[in-house]
Design a protein around this ligand. Structure first.
Ligand SMILES: [Zn+2]
Length: 146
């Protein structure tokens, strides 16, 4: 546990910020200039796979993922939302929720593919304002879950 980057996560502002934290999960807004609105929902304890969770836990986690997707669609107005669970490096299930645009830096590949173009200036310019709006929208969407 001591050398797990997610357990030791002391989020630096340049990496992202904590939007919401519950007993089992937390939601991070990733600070990535090329992918504004990129969020992660992370299972707090060491659990490697979705099927290691019981049914109630799976449902809880996915309800948070969908709450984030809703907020991302509302605030970011993306052309598509990419949702992915990779987690090859850390023993924590986590879902990436990534708003995608036809003019983003990685279109049409995944967010982990090679950049195909520079991120357009309007996307760069709007991301600070959107970060505040998105954080508020995520908290609002999560508060509606119960
Ligand atoms: Zn850990």
């Amino acid at each position: 546990m001591t050398n797990c980057v997610l357990c030791n996560e002391d989020l630096k502002p340049e990496e992202g910020h904590l939007v919401w934290c519950g007993d089992d999960c937390r939601i991070i807004l990733v600070n990535d200039a090329d992918l504004p609105g990129f969020c992660r929902v992370i299972w707090n304890a060491h659990v490697g796979e979705m099927t290691d969770l019981n049914h109630g836990e799976r449902e809880h986690l996915m309800s948070l993922v969908f709450a984030v997707e809703e907020a991302v669609r509302q605030v970011m107005r993306p052309d598509k939302v990419n949702i992915a669970a990779l987690g090859n490096m850390v023993p924590h299930i986590h879902w990436h929720i990534i708003p995608r645009y036809k003019n983003d830096a990685f279109y049409p590949g995944s967010a982990w593919s090679t950049k195909t173009q520079e991120t357009p200036a309007p996307i760069l310019a709007s991301r600070v304002q959107q970060a505040g709006e998105l954080s508020a929208a995520i908290r609002e969407a999560v508060s509606r879950l119960n």
